[in-house]
Design a protein around this ligand. Structure first.
Ligand code: CO8
Length: 258
């Protein structure tokens, strides 16, 4: 499907989704969010795609929800529509791994969108922030919840209360991003990572997502039980037999998602 606010490319088994509203620093308006959910769902349903990379431009991953679009809305408008609830649910339902490749600004909803991905690779020019406080609102899609789980209460409070930006090296130290690479190498690195993930059995990549994401929701004992049961379940797959046989035979595993 052709999109107006995104560029979507599939190469080998990796779908690259690039946010494309350069005139507004990739601000997340209704059209973009709707197209993004559709693009992610199409990639999730595609037999070819095994991993998704979400990125923006060198200047901005996304500078937040679209302020122009939100500025005239009333409480009744946003509450009745339950603004952003569907976006949150549709992105959370994607079962294939989604890697965020972030360069430039990832602010407000942009930072929250990156955190909704499975992990973040940052360019050395990336800047993360929850500056909603400067607009007289607070974060609306995870900036007070997911960010706190990533970086702890102190830094999350600091970012949400002052609206300051966190540079890439601090974001890596704080655990918000998994690695930092030179801006020029961002897409190359993200593609290499995605291709590596694409080689695994999709049954196991989906199980990893389910298990790691449960760690946010469940008490430790319940999470450990969920993980162990998923581990046990993998023994029902041909890919477990293949993976272990390949190790013993000193060869590369050929997974078939069965
Ligand atoms: N919304 C709409 N337009 C934007 C946004 C935005 N969030 N950010 C930038 N733009 C536009 C500017 O208005 C400007 O347009 P124009 O040329 O027509 O005036 C253009 O992009 C370029 O921006 P600047 O001239 O400001 O560029 P600078 O390099 O000087 O500054 C910044 C870049 C620092 C990114 C600056 O634009 C900025 O501070 N942007 C706003 C950041 C912000 O406050 N983000 C939070 C928004 S609220 C939010 O995200 C709530 C989240 C709720 C959940 C969302 C779920 C998806």
């Amino acid at each position: 499907m052709a999109f107006e606010t995104l560029n979507v490319e599939v190469q080998d088994h990796v779908c690259l989704i690039k946010l494309n509203r350069p005139e507004a620093m990739n601000a997340l308006n209704t059209a973009l969010l709707s197209e993004l959910c559709t693009a992610l769902e199409e990639a999730d349903a595609s037999d070819k795609v095994r991993c998704i990379v979400l990125t923006g431009s060198e200047k901005a991953f996304a500078a937040g929800a679209d302020i122009k679009e939100m500025s005239e809305q009333s409480f009744v408008d946003v509450y009745s529509a339950d603004l952003f609830a569907k976006t949150n649910d549709r992105i959370a339902a994607i079962r294939k791994p989604v890697v965020a490749a972030v360069a430039g600004y990832a602010l407000g909803g942009g930072c929250e969108l990156a955190m909704m991905c499975d992990f973040i690779i940052a360019a050395d020019n990336a800047k993360f922030g929850q500056p909603e406080i400067n607009l007289g609102v607070i974060a609306g899609m995870g900036g007070s919840q997911r960010l706190t789980r990533f970086v702890g209460k102190s830094k999350a409070m600091d970012m949400n209360l002052t609206g300051r930006f966190m540079e890439a090296d601090e974001a890596e130290r704080a655990g918000l991003v998994s690695r930092v690479v030179p801006a020029k190498k961002l897409l190359e690195e993200a593609s290499t990572v995605a291709e590596k993930i694409a080689e695994k059995s999709q049954l196991t990549t989906m199980a990893v997502k389910e298990a790691v994401n449960r760690s946010y929701e469940l008490p430790l004992a319940e999470g450990m039980l969920f993980e162990r049961r998923m581990f046990h379940a993998m023994f029902a797959t041909e890919d477990q037999k293949e993976g272990m046989a390949a190790f013993l035979e000193k060869r590369e595993a050929q997974f078939r998602d069965k």
